[in-house]
Design a protein around this ligand. Structure first.
Ligand code: FE
Length: 182
């Protein structure tokens, strides 16, 4: 709701000068955490590709970097991904659609998988745990733009949207994780 003055003019226009926003830096937006959810399993395999000919779905490649809040790349960060299949089901017995990797010397990571399906009240999402060496674990989720279920999912956070584009095969997504180092 927009606060209004007695004259019916939006208060922000009356009270505020137009502030010139600083260019958002890494430090302005450390990646927020979300719930782990009920489907995390430890001991995922070390692999960058979760693709499996036996698992149907839209191919997606997620790339990005792990950065500190002062915008420096974090090498050797652990990224542990897990997500549902295209029908919204998790493998709670084995390790399908689960895998971990470490960021490279530029903080870069890449994940090959399929587009996850939503389930129940949940919109599509990747789960991920990110941990810089010797630092606490960040548990969060990544979301996909343009999904009708995003706005109906109470856990959805727009700041956790990936950038998404069509690729030669399927989709290409990008997300940079920003960690507050202690
Ligand atoms: Fe989930």
């Amino acid at each position: 709701m927009i606060l209004r003055t007695g004259l019916g003019v939006p208060a922000a226009l009356v009270l505020g000068r137009i502030a010139i926003a600083a260019t958002p830096g890494c430090g302005d937006h450390p990646t927020r955490s979300t719930t782990e959810g009920p489907f995390f399993k430890p001991d995922s395999p070390a692999r960058r590709s979760l693709r499996d000919p036996a698992i149907p779905g839209t191919p997606i490649v997620l790339t990005g970097r792990v950065l500190s809040t002062d915008c420096r790349p974090i090498a050797g960060a652990l990224l542990d991904f897990w997500h549902a299949d295209t029908l919204g089901a998790y493998d709670n017995v084995g390790q399908r659609l689960r895998g971990h990797q470490r960021s490279d010397n530029t903080g870069g990571y890449d994940l090959e998988s399929i587009l996850p399906g939503g389930y129940g009240s949940r919109t599509r999402h990747f789960h991920v745990k990110v941990q810089a060496p010797g630092q606490p674990v960040l548990t969060t989720e990544l979301y996909f733009p343009g999904e009708p279920r995003n706005e109906r999912d109470s856990l959805f956070r727009p700041e956790l949207l990936v950038t998404l584009a069509d690729a030669r095969e399927g989709k290409a997504a990008r997300f940079d994780f920003v960690l507050s180092l202690g």
